[in-house]
Design a binder for this molecule. Structure first.
Ligand SMILES: Nc1ncnc2c1ncn2[C@@H]1O[C@H](COP(=O)(O)OP(=O)(O)OP(=O)(O)O)[C@@H](O)[C@H]1O
Length: 272
């Protein structure tokens, strides 16, 4: 399906080559809200007074130099990291601390990591059905049907009975996306989902993500793929040293960045 709905892309192309953003409009009410969020790792202040609201249907791309706190921001929204102060709300509710409420949050906030994180000893189909059956208490038959439909949707329906190691990195990452979608998430977090992939597999994953964006999925995407940001994002957030330095529509950000930090960052990555 991704192949039918998304425009062709070239992940290696610079942002200037990409068509303008096609993300769904208009945006809904706030779905993820961060208020004055701070986080330290020892003496390192990794998130500094972060204030950010992501609306339903919005595709937010987070970019910035290595170590600027992008992953930590993403992980804090899924409560894979705790925060020291401030508040994070998902759909109006503060993040739960533990137990069933935390499991429910993790279904509401789907996460796709750089390293796929599939269960190595389970088939592709089991990888996608396990969460819905164990956490959401869906009937196995229903969960399997939906899993097969999702695997089809990300272009790996014919791989359902294989083991993860039999699939390419790009295929495994698409399975990871299907697995997160199987939990009926309200928002999807992507933490550098293509960074571990061979170059020829990057586009197949970005195309699935762009198709999701077009369908109106709320997404927060940490990525170095500027072409994706340009074509799929409603908004780009640029982070440096744990702070949001600049945020803008991708068109504006890539053509006329305001801060020196962003100009410097873009000049380095867009010339590669
Ligand atoms: N668990 C941890 N313990 C200690 N320091 C950490 C931990 N996780 C991250 N850091 C440090 O926090 C800072 C921010 O890391 P983070 O991974 O959020 O940055 P990033 O912007 O995602 O970087 P990259 O683009 O390289 O992935 C870095 O200096 C990192 O070394």
């Amino acid at each position: 399906m991704a192949d039918e709905t998304s425009s062709p892309s070239d992940a290696q192309s610079s942002a200037q080559d990409a068509p303008p953003s096609t993300a769904a409009q208009p945006l809904g009410e706030p779905l993820v809200e961060l208020r004055d969020v701070n986080k330290h790792f020892g003496d390192l202040h990794v998130l500094r007074d972060i204030n950010l609201t992501v609306r339903r249907g919005e595709v937010l791309v987070v970019i910035g130099p290595s170590g600027s706190g992008k992953s930590t921001l993403c992980r804090a929204i899924n409560r894979l990291e705790t925060i020291d102060s401030g508040e994070i709300l998902v759909d109006g509710e503060p993040l739960p601390q533990e137990g069933k409420a935390l499991a429910r949050l993790r279904s509401d906030v789907g996460m796709v990591f750089q390293s796929f994180n599939l269960f190595a000893h389970k088939t592709i189909l089991d990888n996608v059905t396990l969460g819905p059956v164990k956490v959401r208490r869906e009937k196995t038959k229903d969960a399997k049907e939906r899993a097969l439909a999702l695997l089809d949707r990300v272009g790996v329906g014919n791989q359902a009975h294989k083991m993860p190691a039999q699939l390419s990195g790009g295929q495994q990452q698409r399975v990871a996306i299907a697995r997160a979608l199987a939990m009926h998430p309200k928002v999807m977090l992507f933490d550098e989902p293509t960074s571990a992939l061979d170059p020829e597999m990057i586009n197949e994953v970005l195309d699935v993500m762009a198709a999701l964006a077009k369908e109106g999925m709320t997404m927060i995407v940490v990525t170095h793929e500027m072409g994706f940001a340009r074509r799929a994002a409603n908004r780009v957030v640029f982070m440096a040293d744990g702070q949001i330095v600049e945020e803008a529509h991708p068109e504006e950000f890539f053509t006329a960045p305001k801060s020196e930090r962003a100009k410097d960052f873009l000049s380095k990555i867009l010339t590669h």
